[in-house]
Design a binder for this molecule. Sequence first.
Ligand code: GLU
Length: 508
Amino acid sequence: MRRVRVRFAPSPTGPLHMGGVRTALYNYLFARQAGGDFIIRIEDTDSNRYVPGAEEYIFDALEWCGIKADEGVREGGPHGPYRQSERREIYLEYALRLVESGNAYYAFDTPEELDRLRHETEQRGDTFAYNYKVRGSLATSLALPADEVEKRIERGDQWVIRFMMPENEEVHMHDLIRGDVTINTSTLDDKVLYKSADQLPTYHLANIVDDHLMEISHVIRGEEWLPSLPLHYLLYRAFGWTDTQPEFAHLPLLLKPTGQGKLSKRDGDKLGFPVFPLQWTSPDGEVSHGYREDGYFPEAFINMLALLGWNPGTEQEIFSMEELIAQFSLDRVSKSGARFNPDKARWFNAQYMHVRDNDALADAYMPLLREHGIDIPHEKAARIAGYIKGRATFVSDFWELSYFLFKAPVTFDQKVVDKYWKNDNPEHIAGLRDVLAGIDDFSNANTETICHAWIEEHGYKMGQIMNAFRLAIVGESKGFSMYEMCEVLGKEETLRRLDYALANIPRA
Ligand code: GLU
């Protein structure tokens, strides 16, 4: 069996979209499961589309997600360099090989000539395609005499090398997700493979040459590359590499929450969810939301992404990276687009929040408190985090879930007063205050046992007492377990708040 080697091959044209992260993730899972290699290759041969900072962003994003490469720009490896702009001298030789074997040809058309051709064809109600119909009559090495071709190259005319797409041939392809696909080559044009102007290959040539040289066994990439597959098949054949050509799997699109169309950055802006893993500031200063900065845990983000297009065939929804590695399979990747649901993304984060380590949560909670001028010991922050995380989705929810611990009520919510500060309730709270005053061990389990026994002993209504108790301590009907709150407040503050409430809440 051939060694599994897969690659994620982003172009640094902007921040990595969450769809790109999913492609990287599936490649990573596939490689890890097979005990193979996961490679990151930067495809930066299109200098017009290069965006400064995008490459760093891609690496940082994958690192945050816990997707580690075995070989790549940062990792190095035996097939480097892994940045195509550093491999530029490799590609010309391969382009020339194709010219020599009759699979490609030189074309000397200037951009102006091509524009004119396009325009003329359009005027006839047609669309211009550079293909078998026209290549024999344009300024190409197929039409011009050999010495003329040589002369033009020698005097420095600009040229490109184009693939000579066969005429009227059925190309039979296989995709691991979509099955068999057949296309007739007459519908395809003669793609540019190499340009003398910048001495760089185009995506198609560089991609095939590198996948071959890097011994890639499987190409797992987005569906948008499916139309390029026939050309890629034919390039492998033209090079004589069909025997070792990789297998292909084209992943379904990520769709908008409505299910209509591809998930875009604009959808995120409109509906208030991130489409990028990390916050991104574009070269012109525009800031886009990131999952990290919006408070998502990388594990939750990855779990959510894994299930956008793949299903395990069971009811299980929560997967660690290890579980994903064990269970992932291309067979269970769907052919149709995967609809993104922002509520589900938040749900995933909440699931991870509920079981998150309290100390780790305290690390994120303390700066939030400091923004409100509150400094508490780490141990206390961790304890509170443990009590409130079950109600939170993000750490940013923690303030709303706990501010009343740091700010004693001055006034009291009238609606709650009307409902619970009536009948004998104020007297009962006064009684409860005395019970609490007699307790030294203020741990929530202890106060709960003692207070509940007292409530039962007197035959009071639990709900009435607890609601009045909450009103007195919090000022409104918010908060978590009364005993946990009392534990955090401590005996002195608990009694102080009760005394204030008893003195200041007018009976309803
Ligand atoms: N550079 C291409 C991209 O940006 C890679 C496509 C492929 O994986 O072949 O998506």
